[in-house]
Design a protein around this ligand. Structure first.
Ligand code: URA
Length: 246
C-alpha cells in the first residue's frame, strides 16, 4: 500500500498545492451581467426537444463544435464567451467528463484549463496519459453557468444530447466521471461520490469509473489518495478490456 507521500509524488503534487486566495474559486464576475447582445433563447415543446435530440444524435465531428457554439437551447447561451465542446483525441480509449466550464474555460473554449485542469493534467500524467493522445475531455455542460453555479436540471437535459453524441462518436473504452454532476448525469440517478466510487458502473455498455472532481481535490487533500485508487481501478479495468476479460 503506497503511503500518502508516494501518492502525492505519483500525482506530481509535491510540494502540496495550495489554493491562492480566491484563485479559481467559483466567484461572481462581470459574467453575471447579461450582455447587450443577449442571444434569443428558444422556447421549446416536447416535440421540439425530441427533434433537436434526434438531429444532434446524427451530428458528425465536422459540424459538432459549430452546432454547440450556436446552441440556444438553454439560458447559459446568454452569458457564454466561448462554448466549450471538448478537447482531445476523437478516437480515444479514455473519456474524462467534468461538470461545466469555468471562467478560464469560457475564455479559451477548452475544458479544464484552470487550476483544476492543471491537476487533471497531473492525474493524466501519473497514468502516462496526456490530453493530446488517447484521451478526450468533455463536460456535461458546454457553456459556463453564471458565477460557476451548479447547472440546473433543465440545463443538463438541454446539453445532454451533445454529451451522448460525443460518446457515440468517440466510442471510448472507458469513461471516468469527474465529480457528482458528471456521475449522476451519466448514470441517470443521484448518489454521492463516496457511494459510487470503487466499482465499475456502465454508461450504456461502456465501463464507467467515478471519482472526485479535481476542483474538490484541490480543497480536500486527503481524498487525493482515493482519487489515485480510482484511477488505478480505471487503468486495471481498461487493461482487462484490452485482454478481453471485461
Ligand atoms: N470544471 C469542470 O468541471 N470543467 C471544466 O472544464 C473546468 C472546471
Amino acid at each position: 500500500m503506497p503511503d500518502r507521500d508516494d501518492v502525492m509524488a505519483e500525482l506530481r503534487l509535491m510540494p502540496i498545492w495550495r489554493l491562492r486566495a480566491r484563485a479559481d474559486r467559483r466567484s461572481r464576475s462581470a459574467f453575471d451581467v447579461e450582455p447587450e447582445s443577449a442571444r434569443a433563447e428558444v422556447s421549446t415543446t416536447a416535440s421540439d426537444t425530441e427533434t433537436r435530440a434526434a438531429r444532434i444524435a446524427t451530428l458528425e465531428w465536422r459540424d459538432f463544435a459549430t452546432d454547440v457554439d450556436t446552441c440556444v437551447a438553454c439560458s447559459l447561451c446568454r452569458g457564454r464567451r466561448k462554448s466549450v465542446p471538448g478537447v482531445g483525441d476523437q478516437n480515444a480509449q479514455w473519456l474524462f467528463v467534468g461538470e461545466a466550464p469555468g471562467s478560464e474555460e469560457d475564455a479559451r473554449g477548452e475544458p479544464f484549463v484552470g487550476q483544476a485542469g492543471r491537476l487533471l493534467d497531473n492525474m493524466l500524467a501519473a497514468l502516462g496519459l496526456s490530453r493530446r493522445s488517447n484521451v478526450y475531455i468533455a463536460n456535461v455542460q458546454k457553456c459556463r453557468p453564471p458565477g460557476n453555479r451548479t447547472p440546473e436540471p433543465a440545463e443538463v437535459e438541454a446539453c445532454r444530447p451533445y454529451l451522448d453524441r460525443q460518446i457515440a462518436l468517440i466510442r471510448p473504452q472507458l469513461i471516468v466521471a469527474l465529480g457528482r454532476s458528471a456521475a449522476t448525469t451519466l448514470l441517470g440517478y443521484d448518489a454521492t461520490i463516496a457511494a459510487l466510487r470503487g466499482r465499475v458502473h456502465r454508461y450504456r455498455d461502456v465501463p464507467l469509473i467515478v471519482t472526485y472532481h479535481p476542483a474538490y481535490l484541490l480543497r480536500t487533500l486527503p481524498d487525493k489518495a482515493k482519487a489515485w485508487e480510482d484511477l488505478l481501478l480505471a487503468r486495471r479495468t481498461l487493461r482487462s478490456i484490452e485482454q478481453g476479460a471485461a
